[in-house]
Design a protein around this ligand. Structure first.
Ligand code: SF4
Ligand code: SF4
Length: 341
């Protein structure tokens, strides 16, 4: 809740409490302050409680986020399942976290038209008291990746679920972590869940957007790069130590966390330019010579949406490639992959 909506709610609450003879006790929360308003024998009683600050470190944040992987939200619910055998499908089974200072100079560089564009909002624009930014990589389960690799032309049902219900899980998980940090006295928010988040397909003549056909005012992949999680690949996905096959969430927080560091200096450092993602791409949107054509990719995604509405997805450039499960040519990090989920 922002300051303006909180103040409005606070004033409305007081007016209601004054006007209603038997006003039931009500509580509103903002950041780490909780205000309770009650009425006893015609008198208004106002209780202000400040939560004790709990400073989580990265290890605790990692343990909390890993714990969320066991939540039912990380499994396909019966009502949503595309077939009976997909009920309970686990979508992600591993997380990796990177952190960086909110004033890291790379954020401002994202405003360049050739990177994300001038519409990119800095961490301090999202949250005035921002001290750190966290990026979390959620790795798809083996079952999701295998099902996709087995169908070269169209998305598998497992992949469609991981793309759509999986994104819902990530939104829920990032909000849960933001809530936990905020409750501990460190306001935090997930930009992609914030009402100011803008994500749109570029329309001809819209100058606010960069050269890409698709843009937004916060980019999970660029933020992950800045947070040290990995570098870009030819397909424009991000190659992490656990590979490319998964999705990202991020948080801006008032919690001052030590940066996890970037173990690279080049934007495409982890990509071996093998061209396997180009070979896998159904509409041939990727080439070694020209990189990725975002419009061709977006058009193909539209075709998958027409075929699989309300879901869509592709990601053939993330499976059956040398960067699927790690940095090509480097030792893979052990994953807690559950082969049977
Ligand atoms: S498949 Fe090869 S070329 Fe494509 S992103 Fe991965 S490492 Fe780079
Ligand atoms: S998501 Fe599909 S269409 Fe888009 S680049 Fe990757 S393989 Fe090609």
């Amino acid at each position: 809740m922002d300051n303006i909506s909180c103040n409005r709610m606070w004033s409305r609450l007081l007016l209601e409490a004054a006007a209603i003879p038997h006003f039931p006790a009500r509580r509103i929360r903002q950041k780490n302050i909780s205000i309770c308003v009650a009425k006893r024998k015609g008198l208004l009683i106002i209780h202000v409680h400040k939560a004790k600050e709990t400073k989580m470190n990265l290890k605790e944040i990692s343990a909390f986020t890993t714990g969320l992987l066991d939540a039912p939200q990380n499994r396909v619910a019966r009502e949503a399942a595309l077939s009976d055998d997909l009920v309970g499908l686990k979508m992600f089974d591993f997380v990796e976290i990177g952190a960086v200072r909110a004033d890291d100079g790379y954020f401002a560089r994202c405003r360049a038209p050739e990177i994300v564009g001038p519409q990119f909002m800095l961490p301090g624009d999202w949250l005035a008291e921002a001290k750190s930014v966290l990026s979390i990589f959620f790795k798809f389960t083996e079952r999701v990746m295998k099902s996709s690799a087995a169908l070269p032309a169209w998305p598998s049902n497992e992949w469609l679920h991981a793309r759509i219900e999986g994104q819902m899980f990530i939104n829920w998980a990032m909000d849960a972590l933001a809530g936990k940090l905020t409750q501990g006295g460190y306001p935090s928010l997930a930009p992609s869940s914030d009402r100011r988040f803008l994500s749109a397909q570029k329309k001809p003549g819209v100058k606010a957007f960069s050269n890409s056909s698709f843009t937004s005012n916060w980019s999970e992949r660029h933020v992950a790069f800045i947070c040290g999680l990995g570098t870009f690949g030819l397909s424009k996905g991000l190659i992490t130590k656990a590979g490319m096959s998964g999705r990202f969430g991020s948080l801006v927080s008032a919690l001052d966390l030590p940066p996890t560091g970037r173990e690279y200096s080049e934007v495409y450092e982890y990509c071996i330019m093998c061209g396997k993602c180009a070979k896998n791409c159904p509409p041939q949107a990727i080439s070694l010579e020209k990189g990725k054509n975002h419009s061709l990719c977006a058009e193909f995604l539209d075709r998958t949406a027409a075929k699989h509405a309300p879901r869509y997805g592709c990601g053939k450039c993330q499976v059956n490639v040398p960067c699927q499960n790690g940095i090509p040519g480097r030792k893979k990090i052990p994953l807690a992959a559950d082969q049977h989920t």
